[in-house]
Design a binder for this molecule. Sequence first.
Ligand SMILES: [Zn+2]
Length: 385
Amino acid sequence: MPLMQFKDIIGQRQVIDRLLSSYRENRVAHTQLFLGSEGTGVFALALAFAQYINCEQKQEGDSCGKCASCMKYERFSHPDLHFFFPTTTNDKVKKEPKSELFLEEFREYLTENRGYITQNGWYEYLKVGNKQGMINVRDASDIIAKTSLKPYEAPYKIILIWMAEKLNDSTSNKLLKTFEEPPENTIIMLVAERYEMLLPTVRSRAQLIKVPKIGNGDMKQALRERLELEESRADEITLMSSGNWNLAEDLADNSEEVKANFITFRQWLRYCFKPDDYLGLNKFISELGRLGREKQKAMLNYGLDMVHLCMLHNQDHHNLVVKSGEELDFSKKLAPFITTENQEEIYKLLNEAVYHIERNAHPGILFSDLSFRLIDIFRAARAKK
Ligand SMILES: [Zn+2]
């Protein structure tokens, strides 16, 4: 079950407080423009506000999440809630696309992403290839038809238009009157990422609600609680994601992989530093062989990154090393054995290995050969110490 109350929004306390007071003071504009870049939760915020407005048992500072209206909102299927968004043709809808034809997919996409949706993510979900979507004039007719009816059961009918910058000229011209003065008990919520892409005629008719990037403290907390990341990794991703939750999630996904690569690479180098343990090395190599080509390549590429980090340490560019915890420790320990001379050789070996794996080299032979060369390189580096 999706959770779309204010309490499920990441951070954005000030915006939420502002929305709550606008409701309390009876200042909710009939046409609102929620403006925030990707990953800020701008769409989720608009939706949570809509749910709050129509909640039958409002709590202190949030909707109840339990009343009949909230239940329908949480399924994105309230009869007085209407979504409009960019669409284009795909395998299912081969001509004349419009939002109504993709409602089922949109609800699924919303559910999967808990309201943190992105334009590219949506197009990928629809499998539309490189085509760009838009909100076209058929949607404008539907919006006018929806607003001409009285709400079925809620105090307010909500028209939620996501990616308002995708309203083309003819669509927005047709809607100007509606935006200017929506019918009674109708609230139009426009959600957009880029102000400069909006038609001036649209901008001028809506009350602006700016949604900033997610603050670092809120981001870190969300990474710890929602994705259960350990502290150091949450710190790292907070810094890299610059207030964009969608980016943070991608980085975290990726970070599981990075971790796996780190563990494998570290294990491998331990054998290369301890060349008398042939049995261990052989066993390790046969395990590597079972990983599959993509993972073998990812581990080698990780190795290339690690060598680069070691060079950064050696050149005293410690501030450029964006690693923490065990990875940072490991890079510091490895750095003394990476020299300007052998760095080039290691790069070449790892790159060649990637090349050969792509061309179906036998992993057992490839990794044995590579290991013996690394053993020689590190032996020479140690001899010089
Ligand atoms: Zn409720």
